[in-house]
Design a protein around this ligand. Structure first.
Ligand code: AR6
Length: 181
């Protein structure tokens, strides 16, 4: 299986499931969350409504913890082969990285991978969860992705490809350095 680092826009990345770096209320106010909400539904507010409804149905609450995920349909993203959006919430770092942040990120990644298996998809694409507005160091985020995907390989059944999609050229190059270490 392995983790493949690629450069691109996750809202058009041809994986059967893409992951959203959400907040616990699924507000999709900025970053990749806003981009996905806008691309999927046209109107981001509409996708927020759909996400919150799905959250109530799937987890029975108005917020999710690290490791809990919510699935919404790809809607307009189906054009690129994206069937599902899996919302996960990573840690807020504000520049600080420690074992607690790492564990929260590990749970967020693992929750999405397990959901992808449950949905029966063969491919999943992640953004660099928590490495934007949430201010976690990109290198540490990429390292955690690499470790979690390696760990998950042992339990993976149908899932064949896991992509980490970096938006900027600079982030892509930094991420490549980490996975090649
Ligand atoms: N494709 C791929 N990656 C992207 C895209 C894109 N179209 N757009 C941005 N990124 P962020 P977080 C990258 O801030 O740090 C939201 O308001 C970006 O360069 O989106 O987990 C949520 O609602 C960065 O590397 O997520 C939460 O409140 C990565 O995606 C909060 O932000 C993640 O950046 C979550 O913050």
């Amino acid at each position: 299986m392995g983790l493949e680092v690629v450069r691109g826009d996750i809202t058009r990345f041809p994986a059967e499931a893409i992951v959203n770096a959400a907040n616990k209320y699924l507000e999709h106010g900025g970053g990749v969350a806003y981009a996905i909400a806008k691309a999927a539904a046209g109107n981001p507010r509409e996708y927020i409504r759909i996400s919150k409804k799905a959250m109530r149905e799937q987890v029975g609450k108005d917020f999710i913890e690290h490791g809990e995920v919510v699935v919404t349909p790809g809607m307009r993203l189906e054009e690129y082969g994206i069937r599902y959006v899996i919302h996960t919430v990573g840690p807020y770092c504000g520049g600080v990285w420690d074992d607690e942040k790492k564990e929260k990120l590990r749970k967020a990644i693992l929750g999405a991978l397990r959901k992808a298996e449950e949905l029966g998809v063969k491919s999943i694409a992640f953004p660099a969860v928590s490495a934007g507005i949430y201010g976690c160091p990109l290198e540490e985020v990429v390292k955690t992705f690499r470790e979690v995907v390696e760990e998950f390989e042992r339990e993976a059944k149908g899932l064949e490809k896991v992509y980490l999609v970096l938006y900027s050229e600079g982030d892509y190059k930094r991420a490549l350095r980490v996975v090649r270490m």
